[in-house]
Design a protein around this ligand. Structure first.
Ligand code: PAZ
Length: 319
């Protein structure tokens, strides 16, 4: 078998970003998951979800974080599984999770009732379905997904963990070629402090105002597309706050990395409007007021658009 090409980013990753524990074990798990599902005729999508944490000290007290809730990734995972995909869900620890995401704002104890006596610990605990609307449907679907082993959750917290785990995932999925999709919805920091320049101990406020100098995070999409999983169908996401620069940035990303599509969105309107940009096309996906009333989510439309495009891609690549 040909040896994977080493990129300059491989060296940087090894030197400047701490390798998470058990990364090789996790890579084997992902490869086995992908191999099993591809052999059963399923496609496999790797979804990244949530924000990365960037430590300011090596014994970390403080870190930089971002707004991402993980809702895009968690709801997309559900729609991909509904469409017949197996999902590797590379997500930020404690960000939103498929099927439990709808209940994340509910205090579980408010939704349960105890039928035992006042002084007894044994008795039945009953769910109040008015407090947990739709729990039966979510539970049924969650159990089906679990039985079918369709979801492989992998957690990250820091930027270093994210980068190494994404590389491991890309290498693990490369064996299934065009049947693999990468859906990179995580909000990944563009800046970091290299391990060699990071103070070990808590930064002292007695030293006065803090000035930080941060390095640019290597553009990991480049080796992912060129070296780690060159036959896969790769979708990146682009978030801006200024709508006037969004589409230009999306097209520039496609030109630079030569992957298949960019899902472009603006922070404030991301639940109701996105544009799927490919080298040849541009599709606006919109959620109307009527859709909101009917609980239609934009992720259903994004996933439908991308699974069709993935079908065509696989056919063009010869299966
Ligand atoms: O996680 P969430 O549902 O709150 O937000 C989703 C999102 C805006 C992080 C995602 O759609 C996205 O654009 N991710 C890429 C962000 C970026 O440009 O780095």
């Amino acid at each position: 078998m040909a040896k994977p090409r080493m990129s300059s980013i491989d060296g940087k990753l090894a030197q400047e970003f701490a390798v998470p524990a058990h990364v090789e074990e996790i890579k084997e798990k992902m490869a086995a998951f992908a191999g099993h599902h591809a052999a059963a005729g399923r496609r496999v999508v790797l979804i990244t979800s949530g924000g990365t944490k960037v430590p300011l000290e090596s014994r970390t007290v403080r870190f930089l974080d971002n707004f991402s809730s993980g809702r895009r990734g968690a709801s997309s995972a559900e729609y991909f599984m509904d469409s017949g995909y197996a999902v590797i869900f590379l997500h930020r620890h404690r960000s939103l999770y498929p099927y439990t995401r709808m209940f994340s704002n509910i205090n579980m104890l408010d939704a349960l009732k105890f039928s035992g006596g006042a002084s007894s610990n044994s008795g039945e605990v009953v769910v109040n379905q008015q407090v947990l609307p739709d729990i039966a449907r979510a539970l049924r679907r969650y159990q089906e997904v679990k039985e079918g082993k369709l979801l492989l959750p992998i957690e990250f917290s820091t930027l270093s963990e994210y980068l190494h785990l994404l590389k491991a995932a890309a290498q693990a999925l490369s064996a299934i070629g065009s049947k693999a999709m990468f859906y990179l919805a995580a909000a990944v920091s563009d800046f970091y402090i290299p391990a060699s320049e990071m103070p070990e101990h808590k930064i002292q406020s007695s030293n006065g105002p803090l000035q930080l100098s941060m390095n640019m995070v290597p553009k990991i999409l480049s080796p992912l597309v060129k070296d780690w999983a060159p036959r896969a169908f790769v979708i990146s996401f682009k978030l801006e706050t200024d709508p006037t620069i969004l589409l230009d940035k999306a097209r520039r990303a496609l030109d630079a990395y030569r992957h298949q599509a960019v899902v472009a969105n603006v922070l404030d309107s991301r639940r109701g409007y996105v544009v799927v940009v490919t080298p040849e096309t541009q599709a606006e996906l919109i959620i109307s007021d009527e859709d909101v009333k009917n609980d239609v989510e934009i992720e259903e439309r994004i996933v439908s658009n991308l699974t069709s495009a993935h079908n065509k891609f696989i056919t063009q690549q010869g299966g």
